[in-house]
Design a protein around this ligand. Sequence first.
Ligand code: ASP
Length: 611
Amino acid sequence: MCGALRLSDAGKKAVLMGWVNRRRDLGSIIFIDLRDRTGVTQVVFNRESNAAAHEKASTLRNEYVIAVIGTVKQRDSDTINNNIPTGEVELVVEELRLLNDSKQPPFLPSEAVLPNEEMRLKYRYIDLRRDSMQFNIEMRHKVSKAIRDFLSDQGFFEIETPFMTRSTPEGARDYLVPSRVQPGSFYALPQSPQMFKQILMISGFDKYFQIVRCFRDEDLRADRQPEFTQVDLEMSYPQTGSVWTVVEGFMTAAFKAAGHEIKTPFPRMSYDEAIRRYGNDKPDLRLPEIVDVREALTAEELNELTGKFRMRSDFPVQLIRIPKSGDISGTERRTIGTYGAFQHVQGPSFVQLMTDPKRFAKELATISEKVQSFAQVLPDDLWLLAGAANRPENAAVMDQSVQHFCEKCGFLRLDLAQKYASKHKAFEQMGDPAKDFRFLWVSDFPMFEWDSTEKRWNPAHHPFTSLHEEDMPKLEANIDSVHDPKSPLGEIRALAYDVVLNGTELGSGSIRIHRQDIQKKIFQALGMSDNEARARFGFFLEALEHGTPPHGGIALGLDRIVMILAGAESLREVIPFPKTARAVDLMVDAPTPVSEAQLKELGITVRKSRE
Ligand code: ASP
């Protein structure tokens, strides 16, 4: 291969095949950098020693495909290239075969400057020849293999589940596939193999996994793909902890495949704790947590503080600090809270900020000292206090729950962290896996979440998730309150968990409901009649009645894991043939209209204009 030859090969004969990466014609000598996926070797055509090969070489252009036979030679000391592993040798060509020529490509894989992404996606075959793409795709292979090997060694079977199936319960829109033999009927592409993997447990397979494509027709955000890959698994008779141990095991293997030693077990935190300490259900642990400083103060001090800043003393008074970022101008300080997600999501009126620690220290010296020492503020930190605004008119217009308030503080913390990333540098990888990769399990998510558009409770994960046994009475007492925003349904905790890395959710899972009577109750709580539930999930409910073992599992996004390990900026960098934000494949030009004949066969008429 073109990346293989070393000094120790000098004197040997070699045959190399690959693409012309670069050609330098010095008259009597022509140099070609010959490239394949393993690297580049310099090959030399010398007119004096081999006129025929030299003559032929002068016709070569970028991206021509050639084979060369020659002898490996040590390079003269002044021409050694230390930037590439083959840099000490070159191949002196005796015979050249032109295997194929190439049109002038729209851009060259060897060019450092990238064309725009549309161009890269349209000519993906050229783009994929680039070093970094070859690296990413190789990384993807290694990571998948490590995960497969680990899970197989643990006794998991990789079992395929259908792509042409019926609507699954992940809550996004389905991609539909029309049936020709049953016109008017449609298959749905799976949003996940959820029901199939549960049925595999009912079928006695005990430990299942699959590296599997999932399809969700969602409005695409920057980092989403309509089809994406999950590491999906399910096991019988698990405790939450047994699922976690399996995930920690394959993540260790995956990270090792990419050259990183990570530490397990991952830290654990309940959803409530995550919201309280980070204002976020996927906390980024690379930055300090938020500290409620009320505890540091006497009742009088707290009154003085909240009175001065018109904050509510029955809500947390949050100290948010960003390391190494304290050195900003007064003007910049005054604009804190007017930008980014914080501003966008909440409108500042619910949160009162204290953003001028200097003035604060002057006016309330003791309090300032106390809160700083309580929250372990360092001299070069940027820090501020956030409290819930004490304005009676707020109560009428917004959800003034402590959770809501904490989430807003969480947004502010992340906004500041983004804005001052170049100062605190916590987002840069430093080569220390313990600091670079901050994993976390978040557990005990709420079972239901309020959908304010539809005005109803929906499953926060999916409707097959188990709840905490102690919360069962709450479910039973509120089973008919699906449209009541104040229903205690919101307090019910699920046996659901997320694995989080550096503030990104890598995957979600849960212990499932294995009893049909409980499953029925969940459907009822979700406002689904027996008939409706039967119509949507009938086969599954029936399966549950046939001796279902307790089971649980999880699914992690493979694309995201590879993206992090490859240090890539977007999912598209680690998916060989990705789609754009508008769900278009620019290379094959899909989706497209289809012929009348095809539509007719399917019994489908397409309306010309959107109505
Ligand atoms: N099917 C779920 C999902 O795709 C994961 C799981 O519960 O295992 O999010």
